[in-house]
Ligand binder design. Sequence first.
Ligand code: NAP
Length: 228
Amino acid sequence: MNRVCLVTGANRGIGLEVARQLAAAGDTVVLTARDLAKAERAAGGLPGTVVARQLDVADQGSVDRLARRLGDSYGRLDVLVNNAAIHYDTWQRASGADLRVVQEALDTNLLGAWRVALAVLPLLRKSAHGRIVNVSSEAGSLASMGGGTPAYNVSKAALNALTKMLAAELRGDGVLVNAVCPGWVATDMGGPGGRPVAEGASSVVWAVDLPDDGPSGGFFRDGHPLPW
Ligand code: NAP
């Protein structure tokens, strides 16, 4: 495909598999992790053109450095996959939440995605087919919101709101912005019993591969709309 694709939190789990699938399709993948050594190890195991870079989405300096480097190396970015996330906080409830945990979740899951999007926006605008895919979760759907996992759920609901706003504001630039739930996936975060990582990653790659007249501002799993 020959796109330049940036994947956050790609040293393991769904991010790593998204990187693998994009690289196998012929894209240039910038595989990022907050620990450069982990990014290099992960990139070394993948086929195709995969470049390892350090990126901590919660660190503005790290985000700015990567954006500068992308600009110097490629002069554009075609795809941003905001995958990095933390704190699936099954141990607490909204009515007794540790707000430091909530704050950390927001800083990575919401502001991390937002921070990276802002930093690379000038490069995405230079692409003829810009895409932002925010890896969200049905846990962030207000339509089915109950109690539990408060930091995670609120961060993903807010990420969904950001998705709709960016989609509306970037429509004129031809950048499609969507939120995707990968489903329950057997990763470190999802735990055992979920579906294979390849299936969760395919749900994400579907939104990367949308045609220019494809949807923007939507929430999908496996290509099917989910209720907000
Ligand atoms: P995972 O196995 O826990 O991997 C999370 C990745 O995010 C790791 O690479 C981690 O890096 C990285 N990360 C965390 N904080 C970061 C930061 N500040 N900067 C950069 N990278 C950071 O989780 P996963 O299951 O693959 O989840 C991937 C995405 O899918 C997440 O957005 C998650 O919310 C979503 N999701 C997962 C499921 C599921 O069932 N697994 C369901 C719905 C949605 P380190 O190795 O350095 O910690």
